[in-house]
Design a binder for this molecule. Structure first.
Ligand code: 5GP
Length: 110
């Protein structure tokens, strides 16, 4: 079981900022920006590469709520990132989107 499944199950604590039947959003334990929130589907999809067409609705829902959470956090400029696979920096194998804001970001990313 991943650490994020344990957060969904309330087996370990997290600073939750939004939750509904389909998704959960909580603050990253090691923030890389003043605002760093992880937004995950409750369905245990490994990463973007593992999503199926059936997941389109939940991921559309998730993206909408990222924008709502960003607005609630007072962000107008922000970055949304998903790391797909260990080589891209994925360390938790439950699909998640990083919402990062509150500072300037460089491009290309590291
Ligand atoms: P990844 O490297 O897979 O894209 O992102 C995983 C993220 O999960 C990292 O930014 C890491 O700080 C965060 N993380 C890992 N374990 C925990 C935890 O137990 N609680 C919270 N809130 N975040 C975690």
């Amino acid at each position: 079981m991943t650490i994020f499944q344990k957060i969904i199950n309330r087996e370990i604590p997290a600073s939750i900022v939004y939750e509904d039947d389909l998704i959960l959003a909580f603050r990253d334990i090691q923030p890389q920006a003043p605002v760093h929130i992880l937004v995950i589907p409750k369905k245990p999809i490994t990463n973007l590469a593992a999503m199926s067409e059936q997941d389109c609705a939940v991921l559309g829902h998730l993206m909408f709520h990222i924008s709502q959470i960003a607005q609630a956090e007072g962000l107008t400029d922000y970055r949304v990132v998903t790391n797909n696979g260990a080589g891209a920096g994925q360390s938790v194998f439950h699909l998640h989107f990083h919402l990062l804001g509150g500072r300037a970001f460089g491009w290309p990313p590291g």
